[in-house]
Design a protein around this ligand. Structure first.
Ligand code: MG
Length: 224
């Protein structure tokens, strides 16, 4: 039996969450007294390390500040997640993870632009961290496809498995996720639960496309 690896994006794929952006904005305001610091910075599908560096440049903040900025960001994010109304778990996600967790040939890994601390804070209220023992994260300034590649390597080590490229699926809500699939020669599953609708995602030719993951049977059929 060949092993299957699902490489999951986080924002817009596992959960819908606007609190990350709000927490970054507030951290910036608390530390530097600057409002709307991320107004000109595009965030979807991008890495935290890049997003923060761009906002620093835009607002004249020295790069050495990054660690203290991320500490403040995580503290605020944790508070926001405790009583968030702009965050929800996306349909089908929990069922898919739960239903596949008893199958020893299906493995999951995270590949997200979030820093690891931030990702764990976002997933904690939904009890999703248990499904992702390892992952690739946006702490380092890597390209998105490199994060996905890193996630695959970490999954191989953690699960002690070798995956054929045709059995690796990157699941995400933006054209960048689809692009990662093409760069790495692995399969892509696009889901229109983020800022891009189905029509826009289709233009990037993902291997599979879903409006959302509510129909878990149809999604799981891919792997049979
Ligand atoms: Mg996303």
């Amino acid at each position: 039996m060949q092993n299957i690896l699902m490489v999951w994006d986080l924002d817009g794929t596992l959960i819908f969450c606007l609190e990350g952006r709000r927490a970054m904005e507030l951290a910036f305001y608390q530390l530097y007294g600057i409002r709307n610091a991320f107004e000109k910075v595009k965030m979807a599908g991008r890495l935290d390390a890049f997003i923060v560096r761009e906002a620093f440049k835009e607002n004249g903040i020295p790069e050495e500040e990054i660690d203290s900025f991320l500490d403040t960001y995580c503290r605020i994010l944790e508070e926001f997640m405790q009583n968030a109304d702009k965050v929800w778990l996306l349909p089908g996600v929990k069922e898919i993870l739960r239903n596949t967790s008893s199958d020893s040939t299906i493995h999951h890994v995270l590949a997200t632009g979030n820093i690891e601390r931030g990702a764990r804070i976002k997933l904690k209220p939904y009890d999703l961290n248990q499904y992702f023992p390892v992952g690739g994260f946006g702490d380092q300034e890597l390209e998105r496809w490199q994060i996905v590649n890193l996630a695959i390597k970490r999954a191989q080590e953690y699960y002690g498995a070798v995956y054929q490229k045709e059995n690796i699926y990157v699941i995400g809500d933006t054209p960048r996720d689809i692009e990662c699939g093409k760069i790495l020669g692995i399969k892509s599953i696009a889901v229109a639960t983020g800022p891009y609708d189905e029509e826009k995602l289709r233009m990037h030719s993902p291997d599979y496309l879903f409006p959302n993951l509510e129909k878990t049977e149809a999604f799981l059929k891919i792997f049979k």
